[in-house]
Design a protein around this ligand. Sequence first.
Ligand code: PLP
Length: 349
Amino acid sequence: MSFDLNSLVRENIKKLVPYSSARDEFKGEANVFLDANENSLGSPLIKWYNRYPDPLQLKVKEKLSAIKGVPVNNIFLGNGSDECIDVLIRTFCEPGIDNIIICPPTYGMYQVSADINNVAVKKAKLTSDFQLDLEAIEEAIDGDTKIIFLCSPNNPTANSLQRADVEAVLNNFFGIVVIDEAYINFSRYKTFSSSLSEYPNLVVMQTFSKAWGLAALRLGIAFASQEIIQLMNKVKPPYNINQATQELALKAMDGIDQVNDMIRVIVEERELLKNELSQLPVVEEIYPSDANFFLVKVKDAKGMYNFLLSKGIVVRDRSKVELCEGCLRITIGTNEENRQLFHAMASFK
Ligand SMILES: *Cc1c(COP(=O)(O)O)cnc(C)c1O
């Protein structure tokens, strides 16, 4: 067996004639644009907001390409990573027939997106140290498995998956392997986005929502082979990234030095908070973090969660999640916020 992209794509997507917008059909120079039923008089906002945005976001991709070292043709942009997940499922998974594999505990949107699309979800639970269970994955794979979603660093456990395990999945599964790297900027390990030419079945997802500090813009990234990117472009809504987001993302990428400074500060705060919290008797375990949050096991998770709420501090209660029993997920805040958290947790009886 070997990888054959064509055999993975849904029949209706193979046959699909994608929507052709006015912006797709005319790309030359002109002064008078009467082809898209826009308001030619202008807009109450910035002048050019009366015009539809670039459907393929070329300027954003060119700048991102220079930063990430990934060619423009290997980049897809989504309205958040959540849209990338949805587009991948709709491109490859026939509802009611095909399935995806996820490795819980992990990010909730893979399951939700599959459920919305009526695509079955098979689970290959992580091991007790939150690594891939390669045997469980092998057992879960069947002839209708189209996508395996891996998340590294993983949410909510915060650790990175072992690279050799991820490579084993990439080498032995002939469907699509998605590696969600939403937290890669906080990690000690290197991205898989430089391995696209090695693995035709690889999709790497990143996002502007975490390290870049732009969760409100809704801008997610998928890196993959040109062939996969072309399929995703066919399936996505024509104008999925709005003009304001495209402009603000371009501007944000000029601020990469500030972003790198913030990453350094967050990683420093993470280590500081880890040392402090590990001294508290109520804290049973702080799991290793390659992300901007911790999974923390405490003596009375529900009680601690409510106590923190009463102090105006909201964390995520993950204590009912399999393998995360008794755990809270705590995002690294500002220095001041982390001090508040520490003192609140220290005063919990
Ligand atoms: C936060 C997060 C994302 C980001 O999703 P966006 O839709 O881009 O905001 C993606 N994957 C994981 C695992 C996350 O935790």
